[in-house]
Design a protein around this ligand. Structure first.
Ligand code: HEC
Ligand code: HEC
Length: 421
């Protein structure tokens, strides 16, 4: 703590506003510093990030469409909507858009900055990401891998197709900050490297449908499986995983009751039932008192102490999260979130919809204690009585779920042009 230099700021100053939105998050996790709070050592001026710089990005393109005919072991066929068949031109266009910072209102934020390829297309260093002008987003950035299979998108399942989903980040005032759909279309029309590509892909220019269709086509082919687990369980290769991971899988299906929600079937495994459950994570965050004074780390070794009556002045209540209830308004849906896939879970820390659990061990210890009791806790969540060795086995199993093509997908992403660099 003594290594940190503090400045005091008053929330009455307008320029401090974006910081405060970021700061609000800090209140949620005592002992931590808000955005950046899973960056161990960030309080030291010599902190080194795990993210690669633009200059150090090196990669080679891969045949992304190959997965459509050769689905990786362990996954079912990729569902493709009739009105948006995947083509190579669309995927290339979608990939270009995904990495283009010019899609944000001030040319600074691309999709790929929150869904970072080398971090499982999620974000390891931030519990919750920071969007345009330093504004924090309320929830953890989920992986893009295998979103092709999801019938309901977002932690609360409020969106139903990849094509439509793109408009949420493009228009959110704390993500990419565009003021309207028309503004995004005009922006893309004004860039001379897009007209021809849209014409080739769709026979027309950028519009509300084609922008979504292009981005969705890229995301749809980011599927990843054929993991050591798949090679053992579906491929019958005995030596693909070790004894600990095998024991872990037995606990996963047995004593741990994990597969009741993280589904595994005879021929394939998405590790999600697509349903919404209350494990108590959201309840705990909602019940936590809001701090009136706390630190925000702005850069390595640089912190700001912020003091305020947050609930009143910054709308801290916006960061309360009621989960599926916010979509359905049904009382029983309070603090329910969609069961996330566990494929590639070793790559996508921190965990849960708010990123409040830093490691897989934290997640297992959370389940072992029976989640956080509340009046609408899922009946499947009860204390498990797992020994330390059983927890280690479960972790070994979860670590065996990293797909074999992750390296080539990351390399392909690093070969993508960065718009606005
Ligand atoms: C500022 C960070 C940020 C940016 C920029 C961003 N996202 Fe996200 N993304 C998130 C967060 C956070 C969520 C989860 C939000 C929620 O569940 O309410 C999310 C969710 C998603 C999901 C749903 C995944 C799932 O498991 O349901 C998809 C797909 C996605 N984003 C794609 C994109 C695309 C495409 C873009 C660019 C047009 C983009 N994102 C830009 C942070 C970001
Ligand atoms: C009642 C259904 C249910 C059961 C049983 C269950 N989970 Fe979950 N799991 C969920 C839900 C829902 C979430 C997301 C919670 C959130 O976002 O706040 C989740 C989140 C996770 C995550 C974090 C994934 C991420 O990307 O953030 C891991 C890891 C996990 N579960 C593993 C397990 C294991 C291991 C077991 C068994 C010990 C288990 N789960 C049992 C429903 C369940």
């Amino acid at each position: 703590m003594s290594l940190i230099r503090y400045r005091r700021i008053s929330i009455r100053r307008a320029w401090a506003w974006p910081l405060l939105v970021a700061a609000t998050i800090a209140a949620a996790d005592e002992g931590k510093h808000g955005p950046g709070d899973v960056r161990d050592g960030y309080e030291r001026a010599d902190y080194k990030t795990d993210s690669s710089s633009l200059q150090s990005r090196r990669g080679s393109a891969t045949d992304l469409l190959n997965v459509l005919s050769n689905v990786p072991l362990g996954l079912p066929a990729i569902p493709v909507p009739d009105d948006n068949p995947v083509t190579a031109v669309k995927v290339q266009l979608g990939r270009k858009l995904f990495f283009d910072r010019r899609l944000s209102a001030n040319n600074t934020v691309s999709c790929a900055m929150c869904h970072i390829a080398e971090q499982g297309f999620s974000q390891n260093e931030l519990r919750i990401p920071v969007g345009i002008e330093g504004k924090s987003v309320r929830r953890n950035a989920p992986t893009i891998y295998n979103t092709a299979y999801l019938e309901r998108l977002f932690h609360d399942g409020r969106e139903t197709s990849l094509e439509n989903q793109v408009w949420a980040p493009l228009l959110a005032s704390n993500e990419m900050g565009n003021v309207s759909i028309g503004a995004v279309i005009e922006r893309i029309e004004s860039l001379d490297d897009y007209g021809e590509r849209f014409a080739k892909a769709f026979g027309r220019g950028p519009d509300m449908q084609t922008i979504g269709m292009a981005l969705a086509s890229y995301e749809r082919v980011l599927v990843s499986a054929d993991s050591p687990f798949d090679r053992w369980y579906y491929g019958k290769q005995e030596s693909a995983v070790d004894a600990s991971a095998k024991r872990g899988f037995e606990i996963f299906r047995g004593k741990g009751r994990c597969s009741a929600c993280h589904t595994v079937t005879q021929d394939s495994a998405l590790f999600t039932d697509g349903q919404f459950h209350n494990t108590g994570i959201g309840y705990r965050a909602t019940m936590r008192p809001v701090d009136t004074e706390f630190d925000v780390l702005l850069a390595p070794g640089q912190a700001t102490r912020v003091e305020s009556d947050l609930a009143r002045t910054t709308g801290a209540t916006n960061f309360r999260d009621l989960g599926r209830y916010e979509v359905t308004m049904l009382p029983e849906d309070r603090w329910r979130y969609r069961t996330p896939t566990l494929r590639n879970v070793a790559l996508t820390a921190p965990y849960m919809h708010d990123g409040s659990l830093a490691t897989l061990r934290d997640v297992l210890e959370f389940y072992n204690l029976g989640g956080v009791p509340n009046e609408v806790l899922d009946p499947m969540i009860t204390p498990l009585g797992l020994s330390d060795a059983e927890i280690e086995d479960l972790i070994a199993f979860l670590r065996s779920l990293t797909g074999s093509n992750v390296g080539s997908l990351v390399s392909d992403a690093h070969a993508a042009p960065i718009g606005g660099s």
